[in-house]
Design a protein around this ligand. Structure first.
Ligand code: UDP
Ligand code: MG
Length: 333
């Protein structure tokens, strides 16, 4: 449903406690959008901010109706905020943008240029990562290398959510019903004609990144479990290998006992074998648990997000109302 054909570009901005960035964000984004000279909208998804981000956003919305707000009932996380934004866009092309100005809005013209040449997805690959510690660089490098190895679809490395998508691609993304929104992977999964451009990723304008290492670790697990079932399958092969070794050892022991009689010492080899097998079994159980937990999340079938307020959308005469019917998330009936 292409409800509003007059809008060319929709910019989607997930916002969680970004009060300090908003003024500079809108200054730069609006300046660039006006330079592009196309009809646009900016969809801000307030992901349950606890500072005054929402109040500030409402002021901007009142000044400029092209700025629209989807406000969640609580914090649902960046990937879900982004998915929600996609449910509300009406432009022919869509660009997700971080509120911290790590994705330079100046590139939007460049992305549009490629889109006009006929590409459906123009993604921006970062050339270097300023303002990130060596540990984060090392771990994210390792993660993307591993993900590339095990994933069924090639997921471009060093690519965030900053990209331009044709409306067709957005509609395709909206049909993916999963709760685990590992967006980088989903973007790759849908396919279409994709092309990359390079840029230098800036450091955050103000505030701190919301990720800590525990969250990053879980993010990595989400990505790997969502796009590969190899970790689930290796255990049968490992088990097979260990059984073969055990069989050979058993034959050796039986023959040795037959030849030289019963030999009681052997405590060390016994303990090593028992502990090793115990460890392997616990790890494999844990891996099954990681998948099972995610299966459980999916089958519960809860809505992806809940919207508390909408500002600037059609039929939103009552800004405290529940919003359009798809506001209970997912965009899928
Ligand atoms: N964000 C969000 N919900 C969250 C965490 C972050 O909407 O729970 C938004 C945040 O406001 C920003 C973007 O996601 O616009 C990227 O967040 P951040 O800079 O913390 O992530 P990083 O750039 O380190 O990946
Ligand atoms: Mg950031």
């Amino acid at each position: 449903m292409f409800d509003d054909n007059s809008i060319t570009l929709s910019v989607v901005i997930p916002i969680y406690n970004e009060e300090a960035n908003l003024a500079y964000l809108f200054e730069r984004v609006l300046e660039n959008l006006q330079g592009l000279n196309i009809p646009y909208e900016i969809i801000c998804v307030n992901d349950g901010s606890r500072d005054r981000s929402l109040q500030r956003l409402i002021q901007y919305h009142l000044e400029n109706p092209a700025i629209k707000i989807v406000s969640f009932s609580r914090n649902f996380g960046k990937d879900i905020a982004l998915s929600a934004g996609l449910d509300y866009v009406s432009g022919a092309a869509v660009i997700p943008l971080d509120a911290d100005l790590q994705d330079p809005p100046e590139l939007m013209g460049c992305l549009l240029e490629k889109w006009r040449q006929g590409y459906d997805v123009v993604y921006a690959t970062r050339r270097d990562r300023q303002g990130e510690s060596w540990l984060k660089r090392l771990s994210s490098g390792g993660f993307y290398r591993l993900l590339g190895r095990v994933s069924d679809v090639p997921i471009p490395r060093d690519t965030g959510d900053f990209r331009l998508m044709d409306r067709q691609v957005v509609e395709a993304l909206k049909r993916l019903p999963e709760r685990n929104r590992f967006m980088k992977g989903l973007f790759a999964w849908v396919g279409y004609r994709q092309v990359a451009i390079e840029y230098d990723r800036q450091s955050r304008y103000a505030g701190k990144s919301k990720w800590n290492y525990w969250q990053l670790w879980n993010f990595a697990l989400d990505g790997i479990t969502a796009f590969s079932s190899i970790p689930l399958k290796v255990w049968s092969y490992l088990g097979l290998g260990i059984s073969l070794v055990a069989l050979v050892y058993a034959v050796f022991l039986v023959i040795r006992t037959l030849i030289s009689g019963i030999d009681v010492p052997g405590y060390a080899s016994l303990m090593v074998a028992v502990l090793f097998m115990g460890g392997v079994q616990l790890i494999s159980l844990g891996v099954i648990g990681e998948y099972l937990g995610r299966v459980y999340e999916e089958v519960k079938g809860r809505p992806l997000y809940l919207v508390r307020d909408l500002y600037g959308f059609e039929g939103d005469s009552n800004p405290k109302g529940e919003g359009p019917s798809e506001s209970d998330g997912g965009g899928e009936e």
